[in-house]
Design a protein around this ligand. Structure first.
Ligand code: F6R
Length: 258
């Protein structure tokens, strides 16, 4: 796992956008995340599209997750969110932006269909990830199987609390989601996890330096052959070996420089 520490969220976003742009130009299958963390990265990719000719026209995109029970046109559905925050502002074909069907009556079948659709696209080339304060990725809450497929999950009360800021009342936050599983996410060829702010410091230390454990679902990144974690100083503050990560970053062989 490569851990890159940057001074602030803007630098995290600039580097993440640069890495993603390298894939987009080749017409890759992109794995997209919602939530607050990737917003600055999406802004930078939109800027690159408008001002530097970066095209997504040959890309496909798969979202990590979707709330169960929210209509697609609900402002907080991830179907709407990713379009509002990112894909409506670039040249990706709208029909190439996929998300789990949060309105399904049969979540097992919908989960299987989503995993099959990802595989039929050739698989995700790069998966963008945020991390929950409790260590979740996608909505794989603590205790999730490290090899899980896309399926229905119940949100942890901590996640409901964390996401209440997007809704008028905490009671409006859906309690269930369809989420790519940790097995699904792990099949992406490159995992790119971003974390900013001191609220993520504990989760970052656990995922990078703690044991691989379902208690911290994001620790599954330790098993992946190509995982990049970009954090700002605030999110890096609990890392034990941060000096080594900085040293390795500064002394990277030239062919590995982003
Ligand atoms: C969103 C997702 C979640 C978020 C995580 C962090 O699609 O899958 O895992 O990435 O909850 O959310 P923020 O970035 O809002 O702190």
């Amino acid at each position: 796992m490569e851990i890159l520490i940057r001074p602030d969220p803007e630098d995290v976003a600039a580097l993440a956008a640069q890495i993603l742009a390298g894939y987009a130009g080749d017409g890759a299958t992109l794995g997209l995340a919602t939530g607050s963390t990737p917003l600055a990265t999406y802004q930078e990719l939109i800027r690159l599209h408008h001002h530097e000719g970066l095209s997504f026209s040959k890309c496909q995109a798969f979202l990590l997750d979707e709330y169960v029970g929210l209509p697609r046109d609900h402002e907080q559905s991830y179907y709407r969110t990713i379009r509002r925050e990112f894909t409506e502002h670039i040249d990706i074909d709208d029909s190439a932006v996929h998300s789990p069907d949060g309105l399904t009556e049969d979540s097992d079948a919908a989960g299987r269909a989503y995993d099959e659709a990802i595989q039929q696209s050739g698989g995700v080339d790069i998966q963008l990830l945020g991390v929950g304060t409790n260590g979740h990725i996608g909505f794989n809450e603590p205790g999730s199987s490290l090899s899980s497929p896309t399926r229905l999950k119940t949100l942890h009360p901590q996640t409901v609390k964390d996401n209440a800021r997007f809704f008028e009342r905490a009671a409006d936050v859906p309690r269930h989601v369809l989420t790519q599983g940790l097995g699904t996410i792990s099949r992406a060829r490159h995992l790119l996890l971003l974390a900013t702010g001191e609220g993520k410091a504990q989760a970052v230390a656990a995922l990078a330096e703690g044991p691989v454990s379902a208690r911290c679902p994001a620790s599954v990144l330790q098993l992946h052959p190509h995982a990049t974690v970009i954090v700002d100083e605030a999110a890096a503050q609990n890392l034990q070996d941060s000096e080594y990560y900085r040293y390795a970053d500064a002394n990277k062989p030239h062919w590995q420089r982003h």
